[in-house]
Design a protein around this ligand. Structure first.
Ligand code: ATP
Ligand code: MG
Length: 497
């Protein structure tokens, strides 16, 4: 085992009197991949923000390279050889990909004070190439998909030599192929002696890269282990504080209902080519594919967020022309987007307001909101999804990443849409709450909703879907019954053109 690089001890942090970290410790050695596990809101990101000087601890010490670590300004971490991929992206939307990667240390041109754009773009391209990522470095970040933004964040952290690399949920937005590329880079860095702190809710990530694991629960340090695949059940128990035997709830008996959604020859300027399929009442239709396959574009087109070039959408046998999301919502569509920060939440508003946002009419009588009923409904979702918050009036922007996602899910579950489009619904959500979300999906389906679930996690697609559409290059390349599908088959069609 390598020597100790970082040792944090007795770390405490409270926000307005609420303890978030209570005497937490973390020891990381050179050349190890150290996973940090814990439920949504356990305090993982806060601990990382303390290590990188964004947040100041109330108590506790951090020893790095044998000396106390004092970071006064987040930019200083580069000097110490610490790199971080933040869970909430830290990119500037109006700057280009290359400008974001090299911000603050752009290569100078022959004329002092001027940036050598060509050199910067070339260097950015080289790093992105390492990540097998084809992207124009002069493109503005605001035009990128979430997965592409994630790749830029990773490229930024890799663009300078670091001794400690922190990755807070790097794979949440990525698909299988990109994750494998990232893992090979992580393994290579480990060979070079770099220490990596790795945060993820995807238990399947652990086997591929992790050496050591520390578990936090509710702001407390629970345990540290040398990682072995056999430990998974125990780790889950340590994280959630109870036994969790099954990953997917039992599927209630399902018989195909009437056709709710019929899509014929749908094309968009963006990417979709001749999409035709049907979805039925009570059905969970999984949509699988790699990054760029057109899955999110399909959801956006159905939701009226992208213009349709050609083709027809029928809802309950009636042709519909959907011009806007608000019209789609009135027709009974719901959409949990993949980019929840941008589309899903009002960060300045309370948790209650966000959950009830699209459902207020259910709680009003003669134009008056029935506050008691509304409060009860909001509380029931907070409890069911175990949203960790000071209460229903807490500002959503103050919640941990995973708890914000739970809030978006709660909003649409509360709305009880007839056709629910879920784009990566459990991304960044802890194992315990995933189960509750799956149960809700079944409950809604039983009540007659049609659910289209886009997911990059094949086990989730296989575990939950009644039928699976596979997409590639903007087309549907396969339609599989749950019984005949397996990972290899899906991947084969996901990669076919
Ligand atoms: N600025 C803040 N003000 C008030 N509370 C905060 C603030 N930042 C974080 N918290 C609270 O601290 C707790 C821990 O949050 P943190 O982001 O560290 O969780 P996490 O373990 O990273 O969770 P996730 O898996 O969802 O990302 C949460 O309950 C959160 O609401
Ligand atoms: Mg976090």
């Amino acid at each position: 085992m390598g020597e100790v690089l970082l040792k944090a001890q007795g770390i405490c942090k409270a926000y307005s009197g609420i303890t978030v970290l209570d005497h937490v410790e973390l020891t990381v050695r050179k050349g190890e991949v150290h996973a940090l596990l814990g439920e949504n809101g356990a305090g993982k990101s806060t601990l990382m923000k303390i290590l990188t000087g964004i947040v100041k601890q109330d108590e506790g010490s951090i020893i790095y390279r044998g000396e106390p670590l004092w970071i006064h300004h987040p930019q200083e971490i580069q000097k110490y050889g610490i790199g971080i991929v933040y869970q909430e992206f830290n990119l500037l939307p109006d700057l280009t990909v290359a400008e974001n990667i090299f911000i603050g240390r752009e290569p100078e041109s022959r004329f002092r004070g001027f940036i050598n754009d060509r050199k910067m773009n070339r260097q950015a391209e080289e790093i992105l190439e390492q990540l097998h990522c084809r992207m124009d470095p002069t493109q503005k970040v605001s035009t990128l998909s979430v997965a592409q933004q994630q790749m830029v964040e990773i490229a930024k952290a890799l663009s300078y030599q670091c001794e400690l690399l922190i990755m807070d949920e790097p794979t949440a937005a990525l698909t299988e192929h990109e994750i494998q590329v990232l893992f090979s880079i992580i393994r290579q860095l480990r060979e070079e002696g770099v220490a990596i702190i790795y945060i993820s809710h995807r238990m399947s990530d652990l086997d591929a890269i992790v050496d050591t694991v520390s578990v936090l629960r509710d702001g407390h340090f629970i345990a540290k282990h040398r990682y072995k695949p056999e430990l998974k059940d125990q780790l889950i128990k340590e994280m959630v504080g109870r036994d969790l035997v099954q990953k997917y709830p039992p599927r209630p008996a399902y018989t195909r209902g009437e056709c709710t959604l019929r899509v014929q020859d749908l094309c968009t300027h963006k990417r979709l080519k001749h999409i035709s399929f049907e979805a039925y009442q009570g059905e969970i239709l999984g949509i699988a594919g790699l990054m760029g396959a057109g899955r999110t574009e399909l959801a956006r087109a159905l939701f009226g967020a992208d213009p349709i070039e050609k083709g027809e959408i029928q809802l309950y046998g009636k042709k519909q022309v959907i011009h806007s999301p608000s019209q789609a919502i009135r027709m009974g569509f719901g959409y949990v987007t993949e980019d929840r920060k941008r589309d899903g939440l009002m960060l300045e508003q309370s948790l209650k307001e966000n959950i009830l946002l699209s459902s207020y009419e259910r709680f009003s009588r003669l134009g008056m909101i029935q506050d008691g009923m509304a409060d009860k409904e909001a509380d029931s979702f907070i409890e069911m999804l175990r949203i960790r918050a000071a209460g229903r009036s807490q500002r959503v922007g103050r919640l941990s990443g995973g708890n914000q996602q739970k809030a978006v899910i709660a909003k649409w579950l509360c709305r009880r849409s007839r056709v629910l489009l879920l784009d990566e619904p459990t991304r960044g959500i802890d194992v315990g709450a995933k189960y509750e979300i799956y149960e809700w999906m079944y409950r809604l389906a039983e009540d007659g909703a049609t659910i289209l679930m886009i997911s990059s996690e094949l086990p989730e697609i296989l575990g939950m879907s009644d039928r699976i559409l596979v997409m590639s290059g903007g087309r549907i390349t396969a339609e599989l019954d749950a019984g005949e599908a397996d990972q290899n088959k899906i991947l084969k069609y996901a990669m076919s053109q």
